[in-house]
Design a protein around this ligand. Structure first.
Ligand code: PLP
Length: 437
C-alpha cells in the first residue's frame, strides 16, 4: 500500500468486529475488559499489547495514529486532544527542566506562548531565532539544547524555511528536529524526506479539514538515534521506573518508537489530554479526502494571491507566488504541489481600513481558525497575534494592516468577487484595540 491516496483511506488496521463495519467505528468506552488477571498485569507492564483505558489509547484513535504515521513514513504516532497538547507533549518528551529549545521566530502564537511563558515557568528555556538565518540557529545552540522546532509553512505570512539546512544544524548539535507540519500536511510535504525526526500536527486544521473537531498528532519518524549519546537522553536510556525498570531504548528502540512509548505512557497518561473517540472518527473521515482538498485549496489560494498582487487597494501579498516574495525558490523546492491555503496581504489604506474591509466580506467567515472547507478571514494583529508589539510584528514579517485568509473549497471566482467587492466599498475607520475599547 504505497501510494498516498490509498494510504489516506486504508492505512491503519481497523479492528475486526462483527458485523464487519466498513468504516472505523467510534469506540465510545472509557475502559476495556481484560481477558484475565495475567493479561491486565502484562498490558500494564507493557509486556503485552492491548487496550487499557482511553486516556492513553482507544481503537478509533489507534487507527488515526497508524494512518497519519503511514502518511508521514513514521514508525509510530500519538494522537491527543488538540494540536497545542501535541506540540507540548512532543517537546516535553525531549526537554526536561533545565533543558533548552531552539525555535523559528514565525511560530503559531499559541506555540510562542507555550515556549516563552509556560515552559519558562517549568524551567525549560527557549530561544526564538530568525528562521531564515542559518547562523542564528547555530549560535543559539547550548549544551542543554534538546530540540529544534520550526513550522514547515508559517502563518500568517506563508513563510517557508529551509528545512534540510535546519535539520543538518540540529543534527550537528546532537538534537532532533521537530517540524510542525499543520499547514502543509503530509499531502504537500513529508518532513522525513528533508531530515526531520518528529512531526507534530494540529489535526483541527487541514487533516480534519472541516473545522468541526479539535485534535493533534505527534509522529516519530524513527530517524533519531537517542542511543548515540545516552547521557543526553536519560528518559529513553535509563531504567523507566513505572514499568518494571525497562530501558525504553533497549526494549523499543527506533522501530518500536521509545519516543512515542514514553510520550504516551508518561506524558499523555499523566497530563491527560486524551482525544475523544468521536473526534478521532471525524479526523479519520477528513483525512480520506486530504490530498484532494489541500491541492484544490492551494490552487485557489495561489490564484487569489496572484489576483490581489495586482490589486490597487493591496500593498503587499505574503504568498510565495506573489511578486517580490522571498520564498518562491524554497516553495518550488519543498512544496512543488502547492503551499496550502493560508496567506495574508496588506491594505494600501493601512490598519484603519481593516475593520470596514473585514466586516464587508460576506463569503469569508470571520473566525480564528484555518484549514476549514469554508474560507475564513482574520485580522492577526488584533486577534491571534494581539500580544505582539510593533517590533515583534515587524520581526514576524507583517503589520497591523495585514489580513489573513484561509482559502476553503468554494469556487475561487466567488471568493475573488467577495474580496473585490469588500476592497471597493470600505473606507478607513479608526482601529480601536480591545484594551482601548
Ligand atoms: N500548530 C499550528 C501551526 C497551529 O496553527 C495551531 C492552531 O492554530 C496549533 C499548533 C494548535 O492547535 P490546536 O488549536 O488544535 O490546539
Amino acid at each position: 500500500m504505497t501510494e498516498f491516496a490509498t494510504r489516506q483511506i486504508r492505512a491503519g488496521s481497523v479492528p475486526a468486529i462483527t458485523p464487519n463495519p466498513v468504516v472505523t467505528p467510534i469506540y465510545q468506552t472509557a475502559a476495556y475488559e481484560f481477558a484475565s488477571w495475567e493479561a491486565a498485569r502484562d498490558i500494564f507492564a507493557l509486556r503485552r499489547q492491548g487496550n487499557l483505558y482511553s486516556r492513553t489509547g482507544n481503537p478509533t484513535q489507534t487507527v488515526l495514529e497508524q494512518r497519519v504515521a503511514a502518511l508521514d513514513g513514521g514508525v509510530a504516532a500519538l494522537a491527543t486532544a488538540s494540536g497545542q497538547s501535541s506540540v507540548a507533549i512532543a517537546l516535553l518528551a525531549l526537554a526536561a527542566p533545565g533543558g533548552h529549545i531552539v525555535a523559528g521566530s514565525g511560530l503559531y502564537g499559541g506555540t510562542v506562548d507555550l515556549l516563552t511563558d509556560t515552559f519558562a515557568d517549568f524551567g525549560i528555556d527557549a530561544t526564538l531565532v530568525d528562521q531564515d538565518d542559518p547562523a542564528a540557529w547555530r549560535t543559539a545552540v547550548r549544551p542543554e539544547t534538546r530540540a529544534f522546532l520550526l513550522e514547515s509553512i508559517g502563518n500568517p505570512t506563508a513563510a517557508i524555511p529551509d528545512i534540510a539546512a535546519v535539520a543538518d544544524t540540529a543534527h550537528d548539535a546532537g538534537v532532533p528536529l521537530v517540524v510542525d507540519n499543520t499547514i502543509a500536511t503530509p499531502a504537500l510535504l513529508r518532513p522525513k524526506e528533508h531530515g526531520a525526526d518528529v512531526v507534530v500536527y494540529s489535526a483541527t486544521k487541514y487533516l480534519g479539514g472541516h473545522g468541526s473537531s479539535l485534535g493533534g498528532l505527534i509522529v516519530d519518524l524513527g530517524t533519531f538515534d537517542y542511543g548515540a549519546e545516552p547521557a543526553r537522553w536519560p528518559q529513553f536510556t535509563e531504567p523507566y521506573r513505572r514499568v518494571g525498570d525497562v530501558v525504553l531504548w533497549q526494549r523499543f528502540g527506533r522501530e518500536g518508537s521509545a519516543f512515542i512509548v514514553y510520550a504516551k505512557t508518561k506524558l499523555a497518561h499523566d497530563l491527560g489530554p486524551a482525544l475523544s473517540p468521536f473526534n478521532a472518527h471525524e479526523l479519520l473521515t477528513g483525512i480520506e479526502t486530504l490530498d484532494l482538498r489541500v491541492r484544490r485549496q492551494s490552487e485557489s489560494a495561489a490564484a487569489i494571491a496572484r489576483h490581489l498582487d495586482g490589486h490597487p487597494a493591496v500593498s503587499r501579498v505574503h504568498h510565495p507566488a506573489a511578486s517580490g516574495s522571498p520564498y518562491g525558490a524554497l516553495a518550488a523546492r519543498y512544496l512543488p504541489d502547492g503551499v496550502s491555503g493560508v496567506f495574508s496581504f496588506d491594505l494600501v489604506a493601512g490598519a484603519e481600513a481593516v475593520p470596514g474591509f473585514v466586516d464587508a466580506l460576506e463569503t469569508f467567515t470571520l473566525a480564528a481558525n484555518i484549514g476549514d472547507a469554508r474560507s475564513l478571514v482574520i485580522h492577526p494583529s488584533t486577534t491571534t497575534h494581539s500580544h505582539l508589539d510593533d517590533g515583534q510584528l515587524a520581526l514576524a514579517g507583517f503589520s497591523r494592516a495585514t489580513v489573513r485568509l484561509s482559502v476553503g473549497l468554494e469556487d475561487p471566482a466567488d471568493l475573488v468577487a467577495d474580496l473585490d467587492r469588500a476592497l471597493a466599498t470600505v473606507r478607513p475607520r479608526p482601529l480601536v484595540t480591545a484594551t482601548e475599547a
